[in-house]
Ligand binder design. Structure first.
Ligand SMILES: [Zn+2]
Ligand SMILES: [Zn+2]
Length: 885
């Protein structure tokens, strides 16, 4: 790839990003090859949901993973970053259903086949968009291995796992309380329910005893569920109800008799101490019913209207039923009181509809036997979680994990590989579609219409995407993967399940490190959301600032597991950084073009600043390497930034400019060091800001003097390794002192509002460093604009009445006469006034010396004195006039 003849004045990201991405693709650099001589490094891209748009959370994911992948690739490993998309089950189906609704269609009218076709079309479009967005962000994913969870490979893995777990007794079908979304008409797992604190009411209702005149009062937040009650329960130790246990009450509204039972689970302090038991619509009541042998009465249709068990209320919506039943209770004198009551209400994570707990026949994974090895893997350190405090969260969740409801009443997803026989009623559970019943050979079989929870297939991607259940080369070389990098909010949804399934299917952990990043919030710390209107569109942002600036900005201030804020300041800083590097490279490139050449770097012979910049470079390289090992991306980026911005651009290049001047004193050319530091730094920064570094590196490479060994692209060049012998504390000491001196003079100038063009005076006491610093007098003069600068042998003691500013620094001291910093404008005014006064005085003297009366009457001595005064006045005037020019 050839470079323009001359480097443009400014960096224009829009002109180079696409060019380099295409170049990388064309060279096949993203493709990870199986190479036994290399260490594999694998990251599976967290599945991007085919639900549409890219947001800043994705930008952070892509940037973090790209940094890791590019870094490992440059370290010489076979780095595989495996991209893919998830079919996203319910989330995707809800989106497409909404689109269809706009066209006046619904999935039931269309039928399963047509609907699935629409889903595929839509998913394909989204995948294209996602891939394009990745290109824009510079993702170095191995697109040749891209997967989709509904592809044949991953689908086969899903069916295989289902069959294996079923055969082991770890998948079962049973009636349990599940979360039901009436809008989506499907079961949800506990994790798909969002709990919100709402203020509702607590209704106190009297249930009359079947015999005699007594009552028992219960409290409920959902009066309509009275229709599904099959008992009233009290705590066996509660003395208030001792005589009531075993009696019967008549259920209001439907006049059904139900027993009063004693159960330990009842909290005597809640409500009245007696609670209604609705086993079909409450998980705790369901457990009570299992212990007490109570029946289940489901009162809801799938759309949350009341079913035939609701008697007179059949057909009403759940909330209309609530109103009707409360009115009836009041009429019958059974409503004791209503209290406001704050409680947590479950909402569908996807459509925000209030979910109903419903007892329902579903498929479940018996999770405890899978959780135990997954707990061990983290406890014994085969898997490390970063940040470590999430380990406790993980273990706590895993120890209290409940069976996982995996069936969904959806059409989009992996259909459950279970066939029901119409003749013998047995199940056939198989990886490949069977033609007949395994038990009676009947062809009269029908597949379960439900699909699996989308997280079931997501849990397998660390191995299903590498060819499992086949024994493939990819699986043998790339599994287990290295790092699972994802947002902390899907630790349970996804990470925990991958660990369980990975161990179960392969016997080995799916990854060695879990890195959990935080969420990106706006500059005030508010979570970004479309509703709040504080969303920054990544594509607009990268068009405005450039991709590298966006990548830079999302990394600033991130740390594992902690949310970070994105402000325009950070984006500006990223853009300015790219421009700063552009200018620095342009300076080096132009110097080469102007015939400046360097000699071989012989460290012992180099001037102090050369040894200093090499020392700083190596310290930075060493530190960045350690930080990256430690997943401290923001700090690594900050140190590279500090080094390049301050040490290299602000100091070293400025000093080099002094040396490259035609009138510079005899000193070795800084060119070799300039080129070496710049070239190394571009490699160091490349994983963070890939586009600008490639553009600059290629520009530099084109003009390198012969003898420089480089590769074809910075992305396949070697990542810098520290050279400990380059660390030079003495040169650092001198340069830090020098920088401090210049800084302090600049600060003093700023504080005293000295015009930037004005030269001031300064005296420097350098202590033990005097001779080293004195050799920089020209640089100090140029960079601090001081003339003259003098070096003191001894610490200066200001004498009385002397107006000087003394700056006491770490090892040195700077003395500036205040006079030399005086404000020029004020001085000009003062001078002007002085001139006017002197002029007036001169005029007066001239007039007097022309006055004949004065000349004749006054004594000669007086006249001579006046003449003397006039001469002095004229001389002073002349001097003042010269000063004012
Ligand atoms: Zn829903
Ligand atoms: Zn059969």
């Amino acid at each position: 790839m050839s470079i323009q003849e001359e480097m443009p004045k400014a960096y224009e990201p829009g002109k180079v990003e696409q060019k380099w991405y295409d170049f990388w693709l064309e060279k096949n650099y993203f493709r990870a090859e199986i190479d036994p001589d290399k260490e594999p490094f694998v990251i599976i891209l967290p599945l991007f949901n085919v639900t549409g748009e890219l947001h800043l959370g994705h930008v952070l994911v892509v940037t973090l993973q790209d940094i890791m992948t590019r870094w490992h690739r440059m370290k010489g490993e076979s780095a595989l970053w495996l991209p893919g998309t998830d079919h996203a089950g319910i989330a995707a189906q809800v989106v497409v259903e909404r689109l269809l609704a706009k066209e006046g269609l619904d999935r039931h009218q269309m039928g399963r086949e047509k609907f699935t076709e629409r889903m595929y079309q839509w998913a394909e479009k989204c995948q294209q968009t996602i891939a394009e967005q990745h290109h824009r962000l510079g993702s170095s994913c191995d697109w040749s291995r891209e997967y989709f969870t509904l592809d044949e490979g991953p689908s086969r893995a899903v069916r295989t796992v289902f069959v294996n777990l079923y055969n082991k007794g770890l998948i079962y079908r049973g009636e349990r309380i599940i979360n039901w979304c009436p809008r989506c008409a499907t079961a949800l797992s506990d994790l798909e329910v969002e709990h919100k604190e709402l203020t509702g009411h607590l209704w106190y209702v009297r249930y009359p005893l079947a015999e005699g005149n007594g009552f028992i009062t219960v409290a409920t937040t959902r009066p309509e569920t009275i229709l599904g009650d099959t008992a009233v329960a009290v705590n066996p130790k509660d003395k208030r109800f001792k005589t009531m246990i075993g009696k019967k009450v008549v259920l209001p509204a439907v006049n059904r008799e139900i027993p009063i039972v004693a159960d330990e689970a009842v909290d005597p302090a809640f409500g009245t101490g007696a609670v209604k038991i609705t086993p079909a619509h409450d998980p705790v009541d369901f457990e009570v019913s299992q212990r007490q042998g109570l029946s289940l009465i489901n009162i809801l249709n799938p759309d949350a209207t009341m079913n035939e068990n609701a008697g007179p209320y059949t057909g009403l919506d759940r909330y209309a039923c609530r109103e009707a039943i409360v009115a009836d209770l009041e009429k019958d004198g059974l409503l004791v009181k209503i209290e406001p009551y704050g409680h947590s209400v479950g909402h569908c994570d996807r459509c925000q509809t209030v979910v109903e707990p419903i007892a329902s026949e579903q498929w479940f994974v018996k999770i405890k036997p899978l959780a135990e090895p997954a707990i061990d893997a983290v406890v014994d350190g085969r898997i490390t979680i970063v940040p470590s405090h999430f380990t406790k969260v993980y273990l706590n969740w895993m120890e209290n994990i409940r069976d996982w409801c995996i069936s969904r009443q959806l059409w989009w997803g992996h259909q459950i590989p279970v066939w029901y026989c119409q003749d013998c009623a047995e199940l056939t559970v198989a990886v490949n579609e069977p033609e007949t019943c395994q038990h009676c050979d009947s062809a009269n079989i029908e597949q379960d219409p439900d699909v699996l929870d989308t997280w079931f297939s997501s849990a397998l991607v660390t191995h299903s995407t590498l060819g499992w259940p086949g024994d493939t080369d990819d699986l043998r070389y790339f599994y287990p993967t290295a790092v699972m990098e994802t947002a902390y909010d899907i630790l349970f949804f996804w990470v925990a399940r991958m660990i369980m399934m990975g161990l179960e299917d392969t016997g080995d952990v799916p990854f060695r490190t879990v890195y959990l990043h935080g969420l990106i919030r706006d500059e005030r710390g508010v979570k970004m959301s479309k509703v709040r209107g504080n969303v920054l569109d990544p594509i607009d942002t990268l068009e405005e600032y450039g991709t590298d600036a966006l990548r830079f900005a999302v990394i600033v201030g991130t740390s594992a597991g902690i949310d970070s804020k994105l402000s325009p300041d950070k984006l500006e800083a990223g853009r300015n950084f790219a421009n700063k590097l552009w200018n620095a490279t342009r300076f080096v490139v132009r110097s080469i073009e102007m015939g400046q050449t360097g000699t071989e770097i012989q460290r012992d012979l180099l001037p102090t600043e050369d040894r200093w910049i090499l020392s700083r470079l190596n310290r930075t390289v060493s530190s960045v390497g350690k930080l990256l090992e430690d997943f401290q991306f923001a700090e690594a980026q900050r140190q590279i930034y500090e080094f390049l911005w301050r040490d290299f651009c602000d100091w070293y290049i400025e000093l080099a400019k002094v040396r490259l001047r035609p009138d510079a004193a005899e000193s070795p050319s800084p060119m070799s060091v300039l080129i070496h530091v710049l070239e190394t730094s571009l490699r160091l920064l490349h994983p963070f800001m890939p586009f600008v570094t490639e553009e600059l590196w290629q520009n530099l490479k084109e003009r390198l003097p012969s003898g420089w060994q480089t590769s074809e692209s910075v992305m396949v060049a070697a990542y810098p390794q520290p050279d400990e012998t380059a660390v030079d504390p003495e040169s650092e000491r001198v340069m830090e002192a020098m920088i401090e001196i210049i800084h302090s003079i600049r600060n003093a100038r700023a504080q005293h509002k000295v015009e930037s063009t004005r030269w001031i005076e300064a005296q420097v006491y350098g202590g033990k460093l005097t001779s080293a610093i004195a050799s920089y007098s020209q640089a100090i003069q140029t960079l601090a604009r001081v003339r003259p600068v003098t070096f003191l042998e001894k610490r200066r003691e200001a004498s009385a009445g002397e107006d000087v500013l003394v700056l006491v620094l770490k090892e040195t001291e700077v003395v500036i006469p205040r006079e030399s910093m005086a404000n020029l404008e004020a001085e000009r005014k003062r001078l002007q006034k002085d001139i006017e006064q002197t002029q007036a005085a001169v005029a007066r003297l001239e007039a007097r010396l022309k006055d004949k009366a004065f000349l004749t009457k006054a004594p000669v001595v007086v006249v001579d004195k006046e003449r003397q005064k006039l001469m002095e006045g004229k001389a002073r005037l002349e001097k003042l006039r010269q000063e004012s020019i």
